[in-house]
Design a protein around this ligand. Structure first.
Ligand code: NDP
Ligand code: GDR
Length: 344
């Protein structure tokens, strides 16, 4: 039975990846941080919390003795490093702790692998945020980087650390440069889930207005469940490489808002410009969407669109879910949750 450590099992991707690896017959060791209230709602929603092959281990990525003890105890075949302070907005307010966890955290693991067993395969959760102010469209494994946030430059550190340990010590270190991927398990601080949760609440008369920041930002959004399969495939490939996972389509935040409202039968009409722009129900003229400048970022990533040709060809990884289907999956889940009083 193969053994995998997943750091960040309480997050969106950690939950889906655990489910996938359990289905594939792995023994999964998922790590979580100690906090005053435990936060296992995602693995509970997937119904895997009582699986006998899932072990939950308390752990802090920033404590190197914790990393060494974890790896020494489990002796895993594979480590998926998903733990990070992953919210770009917060990284501007907490740059040092973000750099510590999101950047140096990966180096802690690579060093622990080097010391304990360099045969352990390592997956680093890299990101399209490393492209930042994009130098080339669409972005591939060879596009130059230009990060636009402390989150982005911390991830870039971890990306290059992974490549350097691959080249220096022959560690099977894979960097997966994943574009945005969403699901009903997304945190509500991220724009997609914030929108679908608000649409559900507006539909149920529990909220009146959705406040957002930059509606013009363009993102390449895929479905998280499909992206964790790509992570798994990268570690099964014959060489350690860098791969982009993306849909090769880009849409504005505004389009995501429109598609989400359509799921509950509302067509939006936009009036005004800039921070005065507002979205109304076309049929009733009711105000539904407004801009709140507090949600703007000091530096923005305006346009992301990825080209996953390498993963398509070498890993046979092809995303299937369209943006409309993704909105439908997320709005449906949030309607059900809000009807049942679920608050995550
Ligand atoms: P989430 O924010 O949902 O999950 C992040 C996880 O990291 C949580 O389990 C969190 O624990 C954990 N964590 C944070 N700090 C620490 C720490 N100091 N020690 C141990 N664990 C910690 O992220 P996603 O699941 O969406 O993303 C997974 C990874 O992929 C992240 O590294 C993210 O940056 C990266 N990524 C995500 C993309 C996306 O679109 N989702 C795209 C590209 C990359 P807790 O629950 O306690 O906060
Ligand atoms: P992102 O995701 O920064 O791309 O990082 P997020 O959903 O936070 O923002 C996407 C875009 O939407 C704009 N936006 C808003 N964003 C939020 N969160 N809240 C708002 O109210 C709002 N209004 C507009 C943002 O300015 C931005 O342009 C995600 C994270 O999962 C990272 O960890 C990951 O690496 C990248 O995706 C790929």
């Amino acid at each position: 039975m193969k053994k995998a450590i997943i750091t960040g099992i309480t997050g969106q991707d950690g939950a889906y990846l655990s489910q996938l690896l359990l289905e594939k017959g792995y023994e999964v060791f998922g790590t979580y941080r100690r906090s005053s209230s435990m936060n296992f709602w995602r693995i509970e929603e997937l119904g895997i919390q009582d699986n006998p092959n899932l072990h939950l281990l308390e752990y802090d990525l920033n404590d190197q003795t914790s990393n060494i003890r974890l790896i020494d105890k489990v002796q895993p075949d594979e480590i998926y490093n998903l733990a990070a302070q992953s919210f770009v907005g917060v990284s501007f307010d907490q740059p040092l702790s973000t750099a510590q966890t999101t950047g140096i955290g990966a180096l802690h693991l690579l060093e622990a692998i080097r010391i304990i067993n360099p045969k352990i395969k390592f997956y680093q959760a890299s990101t399209s945020e490393m492209f930042g102010k994009v130098q080339h469209v669409p972005q591939t494994e060879d596009t130059p980087f230009y990060p636009r946030s402390p989150y982005g430059f911390s991830k870039l550190f971890a990306h290059w650390a992974t490549i350097n340990y691959r080249e220096s010590y022959d560690i099977f270190g894979v960097s997966g440069i994943l574009f945005n991927h969403e699901s009903p398990l997304r945190g509500r601080e991220f724009v997609t889930r914030k929108i679908t949760d608000a649409v559900a609440k507006i539909s149920l008369k529990k909220q009146s207005i959705l406040e957002l920041g930059n509606l013009d930002a363009q993102r390449d959004w895929g479905y998280a469940k499909e992206y964790v399969e790509g992570m798994y495939k990268m570690l099964q490939y014959e060489h350690a490489e860098t791969f982009v996972l993306a849909t090769n389509k880009t849409f504005t935040v505004r389009t995501f808002v429109e598609l989400s409202f359509k799921q509950i039968g509302i067509d939006l009409i936009w009036k005004g410009t800039g921070v005065d722009e507002k979205g109304y129900n076309k049929a009733t003229n009711e105000l539904l969407v407004a801009i709140n400048p507090n949600y703007f970022r000091p530096a923005e990533v305006e346009l992301l669109i990825g080209d996953a040709k390498k993963a398509n060809e070498l890993l046979d990884w092809v995303p299937q879910t369209t943006l409309d289907e993704l909105c439908s999956i997320m709005v449906t889940a949030d309607l059900k949750r809000n009807e049942n009083g679920f608050s995550f």
